[in-house]
Design a protein around this ligand. Structure first.
Ligand code: FES
Length: 174
């Protein structure tokens, strides 16, 4: 075989092997990258979350803060367990009525706390105050605290987490 033919053969063989390796690697990588595209993206669970026995909330007691934890949150790429979404203040207002208020301040989203001395809610960031029922008393917040959907099923308290837009008077899911 002449030198010229040998060089041509080696050139073609190198290109063929390189192309084959490239295709072998690209196939799985492209499949992996495209895989989440067909899956549902979940940012916040819309199913009710179990806050425990409803009887733990007694009539006449102060609001009780509960962490709102999603057992699992999935998106196209990842799955995370026990994700803290936020917190809620729960209170029994009558023997058969429970109310949950989001602890997310409607002003700019800080965590609202209970001021046991004043008997109302206080956001420490800019001093917005809210009554025990969640109505705005004073401060820069443009609306009262956001009530969250709540139900009792088989003695368990189930809460649906909703994150509302902050910084506006209208209550709108964010
Ligand atoms: S974030 Fe609550 S008062 Fe500003």
């Amino acid at each position: 075989m002449a030198d010229e033919d040998r060089r041509r053969f080696l050139k073609v063989a190198t290109c063929a092997i390189g192309g084959g390796v490239g295709l072998a690697v690209a196939g799985p990588v492209l499949t992996l990258l495209a895989d989440p595209a067909g899956k549902t993206t979940v940012t916040t669970p819309t199913t009710p979350l179990d806050l425990g026995p409803a009887e733990q909330f007694r009539a006449g007691a102060e609001p009780h803060r509960v962490d709102v934890v999603a057992p699992i949150i999935k998106d196209g790429w990842t799955a995370a367990r026990d994700v803290v979404l936020g917190a809620a203040w729960v209170r029994r207002t009558a023997p058969d009525k429970l109310v949950a208020l989001s602890a997310v301040c409607p002003h700019l989203g800080c965590a609202i706390g209970w001021d046991a001395i004043a008997g109302n809610f206080l956001c420490p960031c800019h001093d917005s105050r809210f009554s025990v029922a969640g109505e705005k008393l004073n401060g820069p917040s443009e609306r009262g605290m956001d009530e969250l959907p709540l139900e009792v099923r088989d003695g368990r308290l189930l809460l649906t987490w909703v994150r509302y837009k902050t910084g506006q008077s209208r209550r709108e899911p964010g």
